[in-house]
Write a protein that binds this ligand. Structure first.
Ligand SMILES: [Zn+2]
Length: 158
């Protein structure tokens, strides 16, 4: 498990090992690998936001080397299903074919759409981008509101 501090809020965001292993499996380490992505879920036991469930990619997503368009109906089904199991939709993840990833202009625009559409107990929406370098260097972890992307730092000792 690895953890990140959320600014000075006293909240921590962490990722279970099963989620980290899922990221690993989809790293674009080969030229023919396409972008992958999906959704992130947590039980939201504040101040701990432990991401313990992950979905995607799906057969019905549209995936290119530099693009990823999720199947939005499949996403909604996943959100409803997880909610019945007490898991809240808190954000999304996708891969990039770069070692140390950073969000594209399209990513920033998509995330502010998501923030506006989503309703949950968090002020922000988690966006993870999985690059080619191994964890934690290759993970871009952020919390976004409708206008800003706040990059999170690893917790001390994590
Ligand atoms: Zn992207």
């Amino acid at each position: 498990m690895i953890s990140y501090d959320i600014g000075h809020s006293g909240q921590h965001l962490s990722f279970d090992d099963t989620v980290l292993a899922h990221f690993d499996r989809h790293r674009q380490t080969r030229i023919w690998h396409r972008e992958a992505g999906g959704l992130l879920f947590s039980r939201l036991a504040l101040p701990a936001i432990d991401i313990c469930a992950i979905t995607g990619p799906r057969r019905t997503d549209r995936r290119g080397r530099y693009s990823y368009w999720p199947d939005e109906r499949a996403e909604q089904r996943e959100i409803d299903e997880m909610f019945r199991r007490g898991l809240h939709f808190v954000g999304c993840w996708h891969t990039h074919p770069e070692d140390i990833p950073s969000p594209s202009i399209v990513d920033r625009r998509n995330i502010s759409d998501c923030v506006r559409r989503s309703q949950h107990a968090l002020n922000g929406f988690v966006m993870v981008i999985v690059g080619r370098a191994s964890t934690p260097d290759g993970l871009f972890v952020s919390v976004c509101d409708a206008s800003n992307v706040h990059v999170l730092q690893l917790s001390a000792g994590a």
